[in-house]
Each structure stands twice: as C-alpha cells, then as structure tokens.
Design a protein around this ligand. Structure first.
Ligand code: A3P
Length: 296
C-alpha cells in the first residue's frame, strides 16, 4: 500500500516562527519561490474554515454550474494545495502546478506573511475565508483526530490550549485571520466569513462571482447554491475526501464532512472553558474590530 508507507503524524517545524508540517518546512525554499501567473486565483484559509466549500463554489462558478465537469477529479486534483507535499494519493501542490496551465485556482493555508511574493507582485486575486474561532477550533480538533498525518490532538482541554497558543499546523488562528484582514483593502483580497455563507449562501456566491468578474444566470447561481449545500457535498465523492485511504483520513473517527454548522462549539466548550477562551480572545484580538459571529 503506497499510502501506508508514507503515513505518519508529521511533527511541526517552525518556518519564520510559524509551525508547519515537517514535510512542508523541508521544501520551504521551493514553495516560497513559486511564481504564479497573474491569472491564477488563490483561496486562502486557516485550516477548517470552509476551504473545501469555497473551492467547490469557485470551481462551479468557473464552469457555469456544470456538476459533471466539477466531478472530473477530487478537490485536491482540481485545485492544487500549494504547500502540501504528500502523502499519496494527495498530490504535491508544486508538482501539480507544473502540470496545470494557468489560469489555475490554488489553495493555501499559509498565513499572509508566508504567501509566496509572486502572488502579490503579479496582483493575483485572493479570496480569504475566515470562520469564528470556537467553531474553527472544534472542527480542527476533530480533523486532527481523523487525519493521521497531523500531530496528535491530545485531549480536548489540551487542544484548546494549543489553539490559543498557536501551536497547531499553520500557526495561530488569531494572527492568520488578522493578517489578511489588515491587508484586505490594500491587496484587493475578497474577505469572506463562513457564517455569512451559512446565513445566505446565495449572497456570498454572488459576491464571489462579482469579484471574479464572472456573470452567470440566476438559475445557475441557484444550482450552485444547491450543489454546494453541506448535504450534497457530503455525498459527493469528488468533494468529501472519502477517496483518501483510511490510513490517512479515518472518517470512522470523524467524517471530513462532519457537521458544517455555525455554533457547534456550544456542544464542546464547558462554561468555564468558554469564559477562559473568551477572556484570552479579547486580548489577542484587541488590535482589530472584526465582525465574527459565533451563532446565527
Ligand atoms: P465541521 O468540522 O464543523 O463540520 P475545510 O474545508 O477548510 O477543511 O473545512 C472543513 C469544515 O467545513 C468542516 O466543518 C466541514 O464540515 C465544513 N464544510 C464543508 N463543506 C461544507 C458545506 N458545503 N457547507 C457547510 N460546511 C461545510
């Protein structure tokens, strides 16, 4: 089994102070030197903020809502994950990018200061998706349980501490969401919120459409909203990550398409954990006024 030989919970190695999976850190100079085409589009998120959902919306927008075309391959092959290096069958982002011709849609979880300079020099469009801290943390916790290439999550209580300290793959959630937020106007970044997408997916799909200078019909917008609902994506083998072998993603521990809701944090945090988290949150987010919502 190809995959089994490569599976391990990769330790985190810091790159410019940001903890990344060792396989990414080892290839850092190559990743950092990647030079996109000006026509390439970057989708950036902190892990578990709604990346796959946004990728599906964008792929459908670019193919006028054609569901069959958007089932041509799993998400990871349609939209290269810039910094990912392994394990099979997840293709290396850089290798895929050498094969694919621009214009490409590219996924990254890199914080803004680590995004290869070429994206800014070439004025690529960038779509960022942010999700409220508590739901993002819950989602990442369950993902780290089922993704056998990520460090052990430890206990729930330990995980909250790691999240608050930024001691997880791709670093601090707080720095990540703030970094892109502060630059969004200067760098023409479309900054989206998971909660807005849940509240009114049609409005957010249209927002993405306008940012991409596309125009699709009302019917197609409606179709895209349906095709990218949680229920439909959960059953779409080209979007739900079930093609990844169980030794890598163990969906029996926790499904990749887990709940897809706003406010699930309430089922995880004790009142004491919630209060402690909120107090720290106020300190860590004091320098910005960001419209995060933890319920709808
Ligand atoms: P939960 O663990 O809270 O269910 P990413 O794609 O960035 O890894 O994010 C994964 C999270 O987005 C998971 O959250 C997943 O269920 C949710 N998600 C994926 N597709 C979705 C959709 N179409 N609608 C709502 N949530 C979705």
């Amino acid at each position: 089994n190809m995959a089994a030989n490569h599976i391990r919970r990769f330790p985190l190695v810091e790159v410019q102070g940001v903890p990344l999976m060792s396989m990414i850190a080892e290839k850092w100079s190559l990743i950092s030197a990647f030079n996109p085409d000006p026509s390439d589009l970057l989708i950036s998120t902190y892990p578990k903020a709604g990346t796959t959902w946004t990728q599906e919306i964008i792929d459908l927008l670019l193919h006028n809502g054609d569901a069959e075309v958007c089932k041509r391959a799993p998400t990871v092959e349609r939209i290269p994950f810039l910094e990912i290096q392994a394990p099979p069958p997840i293709p290396s982002g850089l290798e895929l990018l050498t094969i694919m011709k621009p214009p490409r849609v590219i996924k990254t979880h890199l914080p803004i200061q680590l995004v290869p300079e070429g994206f800014w020099k070439n004025k690529c469009k960038v779509i960022y998706v942010a999700r409220n801290a508590k739901d993002n943390l819950v989602s990442y916790y369950h993902f780290d349980r089922m993704n056998k290439t990520q460090p052990e999550p430890g206990t729930w209580d330990e995980y909250i501490q790691k999240f608050m300290k930024g001691n997880l793959g791709w670093g601090s959630w707080y720095d990540h969401v703030k970094g892109y937020w502060k630059e969004r106007e200067k760098r023409n970044i479309l900054y989206l919120f998971f909660e807005d997408m849940k509240e009114n997916p049609r409005r957010e799909v249209e927002r993405i459409m306008r940012y991409l200078d596309l125009s699709v019909s009302e019917d197609v917008i409606e179709k895209i909203v349906q095709l990218t609902s949680f229920k439909v994506m959960k059953d779409n083998p080209m979007a739900n990550y079930t093609f990844i072998p169980k030794v890598v993603f163990d969906h029996s521990v926790s499904a990749f398409m887990r709940k897809g809701e706003v406010g699930d944090w309430i089922n995880h945090f004790t009142p004491a954990q919630s209060q402690m988290f909120d107090e720290d949150y106020v300190r860590q987010m004091a320098d910005v006024d960001m419209p995060f919502r933890t319920s709808l």
